[in-house]
Design a protein around this ligand. Structure first.
Ligand code: SAH
Length: 348
């Protein structure tokens, strides 16, 4: 397996981005599994996902909860409801809570800090992850001080022209990247990532995504297929393919052996065994849903999202079964990234 050794040339990466040969893909997945095993064994880490608001001031063209989508029924969980989700999550064994939402100005720094302090007080040893988009450095600092320790902010695409096609003019790739470097500088464990098969994406865009990840060296990388949402400008575009998404998971594992890679809900949405196949391609995290059942259908980033009818306990048990059945070992610990140890931030 000598060819699967760093450094990886552009030609090597482009070959595996574009290959249609199942045998080639399987070789790549096997190499990714081997690397994942070396650093994490067969363990798969659990994160409890709380989708706490679908209000958003942004207007990303691919996203179902974009501001211009007048068809979404908007909701926002109260601090008490968020804490209730954490309580249930803790009882189910979760040691990481992920608070994700649209960019909702109602959640000012003060309100977010209040929620974070309350979670921290009740669960001093748990990891608290935020995924609430772009904010100022001061805001990121305040939320870090209040107890957040991880932050997920997908860069979405590392190609400038492509970024502009996916986002409104007010947003820029430079700003998005700056947020990631700022978060890292403050001390967060950061997660970047991208969608596979988004409209106008080329193999070269995906190559740039991989090169950007090498530069940032994030603790986590979220990779999921683009899935059209009927009330967005991209409603009529085809979704990303399972195979290409899996190859991107595997290539990311080769480039960043110690990063944490979730087998995403979007992967599970485009194929019944998509998340298991994500694990077989080098992923090692799952994020079952802890949101109250009543709001799950409303957090509709894309169509046909799975697990919107289940209770938190069902998601937890279902994932555990799926993981065991595919030969992996559920791990409910905090699951900090092995990147921690010696990962030098690129620009800091
Ligand atoms: N507001 C937060 C959270 C965004 S939702 C932020 O800006 O980071 C989380 C992720 O869902 C996004 O980063 C995006 O990559 C993904 N997503 C949004 N719409 C999608 C779609 N139509 N198909 C697949 N993934 C989508």
């Amino acid at each position: 397996m000598a060819q699967f050794a760093a450094p990886f040339s552009d030609d090597f990466l482009l070959h595996y981005i574009t290959t249609e040969d199942p045998a080639e893909a399987e070789k790549l997945f096997a190499a990714a599994r081997k690397i994942r095993s070396r650093h994490y064994g067969e363990d798969v880490y659990f994160r409890g996902l709380i989708e706490f608001t679908n209000h958003c001031k942004n207007d990303c063209r691919y996203c179902g909860i974009r501001k211009s989508n007048g068809k979404v029924e908007r909701y926002r969980l109260s601090p008490e409801e968020i804490l209730h989700c954490c309580r249930i999550g803790d009882l189910l064994g979760y040691r990481t809570f992920v608070l994700q939402g649209g960019e909702d100005p109602w959640f000012t720094d003060e309100r977010m800090a209040g929620i974070l302090c309350a979670i921290r007080r009740n669960y001093p040893d748990h990891a608290i992850t935020l995924s609430i988009g772009e904010r100022s450095r001061e805001s990121y600092e305040a939320l870090f001080r209040a107890g957040a320790d991880r932050y997920l902010l997908r860069h979405e695409t590392a190609n400038n022209g492509h970024y502009r096609k996916l986002h409104p003019p007010a947003m820029s790739l430079a700003e998005r990247k700056q947020c990631l470097f700022t978060l890292r500088e403050i001390g967060y464990q950061v997660g970047a990532g991208f969608m596979v098969g988004a409209p106008f994406q080329t193999p070269e865009c995906l190559l740039e995504d991989l090169r950007f990840l090498e530069e940032l060296r994030p603790h986590m990388v979220g990779i999921g297929p683009f899935i059209p949402q009927g009330d967005t400008p991209f409603a009529k575009y085809p979704g990303g393919s399972l195979q290409l998404t899996l190859r991107m998971v595997a290539l990311t594992r080769l480039l960043l052996p110690k990063t944490l890679i979730p087998a995403t809900t979007a992967l599970g949405t485009i194929s019944p065994d998509g998340r298991e196949r994500g694990l077989m391609a080098g992923a090692n995290v799952v994020m079952p849903n802890l949101s109250p059942r009543a709001v799950r259908k409303l957090y509709a980033l894309y169509d046909n999202k799975i697990c919107t009818g289940d209770e938190a306990a069902e998601c937890r048990l279902c994932m555990e079964g799926r993981i065991r059945n595919s030969g992996f070992v559920p791990n409910m610990a905090r699951g900090d990234s092995a990147m921690e140890a010696g990962a030098a931030p690129a620009r800091i």
